[in-house]
Design a protein around this ligand. Structure first.
Ligand SMILES: [Zn+2]
Length: 309
């Protein structure tokens, strides 16, 4: 009996050490060759502004391998992209019914995080002179619950998704349960009908002038995308949850095992994307890589301002 309990203690100790190891620093290997260049700046530029829909309290430990225990507010931020042909949202963040929506969230996620809503997105948009009927559409970097909540408050607005991500809503388990619960939205499916772009295999040029280009970057979810927005002073790569915090791209470093287990569909795909984004960032000094949830990055972008009356 004594021998058996000794074995149990050793096994538990080994499991604890192995689990702790999954949080330790482990930079991803980066090839030596220079990264790809973005195409030359297009003639027409887009502008970007941020609307904050709330915060999920977390910490660096869960965001990337090697992160410490310091608290990190994960911003639920929406990017308002204005272009002469129309205004788009990228992401939809938290909605008005956040606490109801939380019931659909994986329990471990609920236990590990505390949420704080901000002014509802639809109210912020209305104050900025952007009621739903004035929006050309919402692009989602992927369909997880924390990126889609406010779609419920923007009835009828077109929701743009690549085909494979539209299919993922049906079989994405708890992570896409919230979007499933919204039923049939005004989905518009798009294909990656354009050439390779910035090292990614294909592209979809939203306005046809190179100012807003979406590329396939599956991994976090099968149809996850990265959106490039070409502005006057900066180019932006809206990378969704490829990395939860900028260190994921800067180091580059993947999420620790527990986080990957909870949220990443294909960890190898995310690793490839992180290395590609790291190299792209190094080769393009004008490019700002923007993880959806890193407030230290999104706080540097212009805010969505109320319309002048
Ligand atoms: Zn996600």
């Amino acid at each position: 009996m004594k021998k058996l309990s000794g074995v149990v203690v050793v096994v538990l100790l080994a499991a604890t050490l192995a689990f702790a190891w999954t949080f330790t620093p482990r930079p991803l290997p980066v090839p030596d060759a220079p990264g790809p260049q973005l195409p030359p700046p297009p003639a027409v530029r887009a502008t970007i502004a941020v609307a904050e829909t709330g915060v999920l309290e977390s910490n660096a430990l869960f965001a990337y391998r090697g992160g410490g225990f310091e608290p990190r507010p994960f911003g639920m931020d929406v990017f308002v992209v204005r272009h002469p042909q129309g205004t788009l949202l990228f992401e939809a963040g938290f909605g008005r019914h956040l606490h109801e929506h939380l019931q659909s969230v994986p329990w471990l996620m609920r236990v590990l995080s505390k949420v704080q809503p901000a002014t509802p997105l639809d109210a912020q948009l209305k104050a900025a002179g952007l009621p739903p009927e004035r929006l050309a559409g919402v692009f989602l970097t992927h369909t997880h619950w924390d990126h889609v909540g406010a779609l419920q408050d923007l009835p009828g607005v077109p929701v743009y998704l690549p085909r494979v991500e539209r299919d993922f809503i049906a079989h994405g388990g708890e992570a896409t349960a919230l979007l499933r619960s919204f039923g049939e939205l005004n989905y518009r499916l798009y294909d990656f009908d354009g050439p390779p772009y910035a090292g990614f295999a294909a592209s979809h040029d939203v306005f046809g002038d190179g100012s807003v280009v979406v590329v396939p970057a599956g991994g976090h979810t099968p149809g996850a995308v990265v959106a490039f927005v070409r502005g006057a002073d900066h180019d932006y790569a809206l990378i969704g949850d490829q990395a939860w915090q900028r260190e994921g791209v800067d180091i580059p470093a993947e999420k620790p095992w527990l986080s990957r287990l909870m949220v990443d569909d294909d960890a190898a795909g995310v690793r490839r994307n992180l290395v590609d984004l790291h190299r792209l960032q190094q080769a393009n000094p004008r490019l700002l890589v923007v993880p959806s949830h890193d407030r230290r990055v999104t706080a540097t972008l212009p805010r969505l301002a109320p319309a002048q009356s």
